[in-house]
Ligand binder design. Structure first.
Ligand SMILES: C[S@@+](CC[C@H](N)C(=O)[O-])C[C@H]1O[C@@H](n2cnc3c(N)ncnc32)[C@H](O)[C@@H]1O
Length: 194
């Protein structure tokens, strides 16, 4: 029987009180550059959790909105001062072309359907907008170990290689490039049409 994926948000409801203390601080400047900021538009952080990453990008955009499946993670983001929306990446509660910058950090492997999520990320992206997906790079042995540990923890994660992620995004009509930083890969995608 095919296992049902996507129970991750329950794990994150439990992890929420400790999450930011468990994670490294995110470097805002390189991410801002990769997202082609500043922008006078909205930055949507999908699977953005506590806002750990996007909170620091607020000075470069008109508004940061964190969308996440976990109410507990979002509550932390709200306390950090960013706008929050509860929802899943597979059914984003935003209009077509409404968002200038879309960010997904360390979350794609938790989504129930990465293909459906990418369709949604691209659908909400504005013309000339940019999408950045940051994922652990499966080329690294330590990442493969983490993937194995997450399976043991029944987190139902599915890690794709950066090339596989880029291919899914490219199939939706965006141009993509991959930038590697140690054990992390950024898939940077641009929507061309105006
Ligand atoms: C590892 S955390 C990353 C949080 C944040 N991006 C960061 O880097 O700090 C993964 C997040 O994805 C969220 N998530 C899992 N499945 C989701 C889905 N289908 N739609 C939206 N969010 C989801 C979880 O609730 C969790 O907050």
């Amino acid at each position: 029987m095919k296992r049902r994926r996507g129970r991750g948000s329950k794990h994150f409801d439990l992890l929420a009180p400790f999450y930011d203390r468990l994670m490294c601080r995110s470097e805002a400047v390189p991410l801002a550059e990769a997202l082609n900021l500043p922008s006078d538009g909205v930055l949507l952080d999908v699977g953005g959790g506590t806002g750990r990453v996007s909170h620091a990008l607020a000075p470069w955009v008109r508004e940061v909105v964190v969308c996440d499946a976990s109410r507990q993670m979002l509550e932390r983001a709200r306390q950090g001062g960013v706008a929050i929306v509860q929802g899943t990446a597979e059914h984003l509660p935003f209009g077509d072309g409404a968002i200038e910058r879309v960010l997904v950090v360390d979350a794609l492997h938790h989504f129930r359907s990465q293909e459906q999520a990418v369709r949604e990320l691209v659908r909400v992206l504005a013309p000339k907008g940019r999408l950045l997906v940051s994922e652990p790079d499966t080329a690294s042995a330590s990442v493969r170990l983490i993937a194995f540990a997450e399976r043991l923890a029944l987190m139902d994660s599915r890690f794709l290689s950066p090339e596989e992620i880029a291919a899914i995004i490219t199939a939706q009509g965006l141009t993509t490039r991959i930038v590697r930083h140690g054990t992390t890969a950024w898939i940077i995608a641009d929507r061309q049409e105006g």
